[in-house]
Design a protein around this ligand. Structure first.
Ligand SMILES: Nc1ncnc2c1ncn2[C@@H]1O[C@H](COP(=O)(O)OP(=O)(O)OP(=O)(O)O)[C@@H](O)[C@H]1O
Ligand SMILES: [Mg+2]
Length: 537
């Protein structure tokens, strides 16, 4: 179970870990929390010191301990001789460890030299850095810890501080009646303390007030900040389960979990749903399902671009992965959508030349998925499992792996009906049984494309022309489904699904029985109120 930074820090200090590394851009907050962590119980006797290149070693109230230590070459030898046990925070020491720095070799050596004596003397060095970059020589000696994003209590404190500061300002109106305060705090979720302060400041400058009218602006601010991370994107989508034809088993599974994020579910003893892997043929509704789930559950959808995790600099990729995960956790409850997982992870089986970076980044993801205690529901999609590492498919990572097959005749009829309805047609005017029969091997995307091509053909006959069965029939005849060329891969996936996975559309035997019957729609889409006969452009 992941624990808070303060708890983790206390555990490591107690266990005598000499070198800790904290990746954070929130240095002040980290120092404050470290101070609090040390103030309690058995650790109260260990003092906290802070070193920076500008001031040298200082106490927490900024009294200089020794001026000479401002020289980065002298701080570690100084600490080695230092008489008291303690926790020494080194701010921004990482540039001196950079392989391009002339001091790197010495700094690395000095750090290695303190490991054993520090263990014995109950001293701990905590390196604070906004980037995760550890020289390989030190990898075994340094333990990386995380600083969680501020929780709601901390964000509430930020809000209260801001309100307090505004109290005497007659130009700013504050109204946080009812659940206003809680709503604003919720909107700040996902931001660091400094970002929350800035977002509130911006709202005050813009609106001259703090109240729930600010929510929209706060959310926009937050979207901006998350977008700036470059890896996660807020994804708004109008799709709901009603837009998905077939996949009844999958929808049933998801519906059963929609309420499992509530307090009531926890009290009932249900675990948090963790996530789902959707594997299947291109164009059969994997991405569509991911979009619909978030809307259906009324959670924000964060699209995670794995490709962007792999930044240019060595070490940056792991850092990126951790940052993305932390942001998603802070926005929780949310749906984290990793589209085309296999592409993002290409090479994680140890491709030559990337010195195991992909593997390590992937390891971070796997560990998180297993531990993930926040309400982040991951939906990953993939069409090729050959390139997926086997450990991913093991139980415990995802709650379930679903295979999405090509649609059955019945599902094809529903999908056609959905897309006809989307284009303002009454599906009951069409012979869907016949079209479903003629579209063996078509994916959902190809059926959608068929409807659109038919609409073009009808429109070409004149603005008042009606879309008719013959247009659909022609469009269908002109389509060569992609599945023809993917027969072998599809068979392989089906085989895997038969043994290990769930079928998104229900067990195949039942489906083939249904296939011989006349097509009846399980869940017909709503008929448009005013069927329009004209193709709207
Ligand atoms: N089951 C379905 N019901 C309704 N529409 C569907 C269905 N499957 C696919 N479609 C249509 O096809 C489009 C593409 O499907 P989607 O993006 O979900 O495919 P995918 O499985 O993610 O494919 P890929 O592997 O290529 O990413 C959808 O936006 C939707 O319009
Ligand atoms: Mg897709």
């Amino acid at each position: 179970m992941p624990t808070s930074f303060a708890e983790t820090l206390r555990t490591y200090i107690r266990a005598g870990y000499p070198l800790l590394y904290l990746v954070t851009a929130e240095e002040d907050r980290a120092i404050e929390l470290a101070g609090k962590a040390l103030a309690e119980g058995d650790l109260a006797r260990r003092k906290l010191f802070i070193w920076s290149v500008s001031r040298g070693l200082c106490t927490t109230d900024l009294k200089v301990v020794d001026r000479k230590t401002a020289d980065p070459k002298r701080i570690l030898p100084f600490l080695l001789e230092f008489a008291e046990p303690g926790v020494f925070i080194l701010e921004d020491f990482h540039p001196f460890l950079d392989e391009r720095s002339p001091t790197a070799a010495l700094a690395i050596l000095q750090l290695r030299d303190v490991v054993a004596p520090f263990k014995a003397a109950r001293k701990t060095v905590l390196l604070l850095s906004p980037v995760l970059k550890i020289p390989p020589e030190l990898e075994k000696d340094i333990t990386v810890i995380d600083l969680e994003m501020p929780d709601e209590a901390e964000l509430a404190a930020v809000l209260d501080d801001t309100v307090e500061q505004m109290k005497d300002n007659p130009k700013v109106e504050v109204n946080l009646e009812g659940d206003g305060r809680e709503q604003i705090v919720k909107a700040l979720n996902g931001l660091t303390r400094a970002e929350a302060e800035n977002a509130l400041a911006k709202v005050i400058v813009t609106n001259s007030r703090i109240d729930t009218e600010d929510l929209a602006l706060l959310l926009t601010e937050k979207e901006q900040i998350i977008r700036k991370s470059g890896m996660l994107e807020y994804y708004a989508s109008p799709e709901r389960f009603g837009s998905i034809g077939g996949l009844d088993e999958l929808k049933r599974w998801l519906r059963a979990r929609g309420r499992a994020f509530s307090e009531a579910a926890r009290a009932f003893g249900l675990p948090n749903p963790k996530g789902l892997l959707l594997v299947g043929v291109p164009g059969c509704g994997k991405s569509l399902t991911a979009k619909a789930v978030a809307a259906e559950w009324q959670m924000p959808l964060l699209k995670f671009d794995l490709g962007k995790v792999f930044g240019g600099l060595v070490g940056q990729s792991e850092d990126n992965m951790r940052r993305a995960i932390k942001t998603a956790e802070a926005v929780a409850p949310c749906v984290l959508w990793i589209d085309e997982l296999e592409k993002g992870l290409a090479g994680s089986r140890g491709g030559a030349g990337d010195s195991g970076v992909t593997q390590r980044v992937f390891g971070t993801l796997l560990t998180w998925m297993e531990e993930n205690a926040k309400q982040v529901f991951t939906i990953a999609t993939a069409n090729n499992i050959d390139s997926l590492p086997p450990e991913l498919l093991r139980k415990g990572r995802f709650d379930e792996v679903f295979f999405i097959d090509l649609p059955s005749p019945q599902e094809r009829a529903t999908i056609l009906a959905i897309h006809l309805t989307k284009h303002h047609r009454d599906y009951r005017d069409f012979d869907l049984t016949r079209h479903a029969g003629a579209t063996e091997g078509f994916s959902g995307a190809e059926l959608e494309q068929g409807v659109i091509s038919a609409l073009y053909a009808a429109f070409a006959e004149g603005e008042n022309a009606r879309l008719e069965d013959r247009h659909l029939e022609r469009a269908i005849a002109e389509t060569v489904p992609l599945a023809k060329s993917l027969a072998r891969i599809i068979e392989q996936l089906r085989d895997e699904a038969r043994h290990k996975w769930r079928w998104a559309s229900g067990i195949p035997d039942e489906r083939s029985a249904a296939a011989t019957q006349d097509v009846a729609m399980a869940e017909p889409p709503p008929v448009p109120k005013k069927p329009k006969r004209v193709f709207e452009v």
